[in-house]
Write a protein that binds this ligand. Structure first.
Ligand code: PLP
Length: 278
């Protein structure tokens, strides 16, 4: 059985259960991170810890451990499970307390963490996926990686019901991001993506891709764009920790550009590949 980190100790999966009164369960009152593991190493670990600490601070949650302690726990899990290529999931809830909205006076935050093997989505990266557009019904702090994911869950299910690979969200015609990844489009050789404000998650893959674009001499701008600009794009792709860079070749049943992964997307995929430790 896999081992799980739960509330200060390593336990076999069969013993990893939580209280019905955990605020994560009642309110989605907590935060999380998903890390990529390549060759047994956490990819962009510091960026993930920075974001975790920021999410915690912004919801007034005290993390139960220092960054170095969390890092030790995640590495211990990777060693115990012999995960070379995969993911680490971790979350921290505000803890166990009688159901009442205000922060409890003395609840102790509960951390859960585990790792799993996961292959890179090679097929999707090569052939691309389809997407449908939907209104972004999530809240106004999408920059925080909180456990409240119902808006994304409903959007992703609508995409699945339509046989689409993912959903592209928009607020009144302004494109924000996908259900669990950021979105970039390419027009006339230049990359466009929504600014890292409160309406999108500040993706770590997004930041890596913007940096790589700069290094490659590809013009990249953080600016909001409309559904019309999305439909007129030459290329579109999503970015995320587990998906890396996946081309979107069809939107709402219509081809993006020529309906195949485009040259700028390909170049960025190649430069991303070069950042992966072998
Ligand atoms: N946007 C949302 C809503 C997400 O949930 C995620 C990742 O899970 C991302 C973007 C991509 O962020 P990252 O590249 O840090 O995985």
């Amino acid at each position: 059985l896999p081992v799980i980190w739960l509330d200060d100790r390593l336990v076999p999966e069969s013993e990893a259960s939580v209280s019905y009164s955990d605020r994560g369960y009642y309110f989605g009152d907590g935060i999380y991170e998903v890390f990529r593991v390549y060759g047994g190493h956490l990819y962009e670990a510091d960026a993930h810890y920075d974001r975790l600490e920021r999410s915690a601070r912004e919801i007034g949650l005290g993390l139960p451990y220092a960054r170095t302690e969390i890092d030790d726990i995640l590495r211990l899990l990777l060693e115990r499970e012999h995960v070379q290529n995969g993911t680490v999931y971790m979350q921290v809830t505000r803890g166990v307390a009688p159901r009442s909205h205000p922060f409890p006076a003395d609840a102790k935050p509960v951390m859960l963490a585990y790792c799993s093997d996961a292959a890179r989505p090679i097929h999707m990266m090569q052939t691309g996926i389809s997407a449908v557009t939907r209104p972004d019904i999530r809240w106004l702090r999408c920059d925080l990686k909180t456990l409240n994911l119902l808006g994304s869950v409903l959007a992703k299910q609508e995409a699945a019901d339509q046989g689409a690979g993912d959903v592209i969200l928009h607020r009144d015609g302004i494109v924000t991001e996908c259900s669990a990844s950021n979105l970039m489009i390419v027009k006339d050789g230049a990359v466009l993506t929504h600014p890292a404000d409160h309406l999108i998650l500040h993706g770590i893959t997004r930041a890596v891709v913007l940096r790589l674009a700069g290094e490659q001499g590809i013009h990249a701008r953080e600016r909001a764009f409309t559904l019309e600009e999305l439909r007129a794009a030459d290329e579109a792709f999503l970015t995320g920790t587990t998906m890396e860079i996946v081309p979107i070749v069809q939107i709402d049943g219509l081809p993006v550009g020529v309906g195949e992964p485009g040259p700028v997307t390909r170049r960025l995929q190649q430069s991303f590949e070069a950042t992966i430790p072998s």
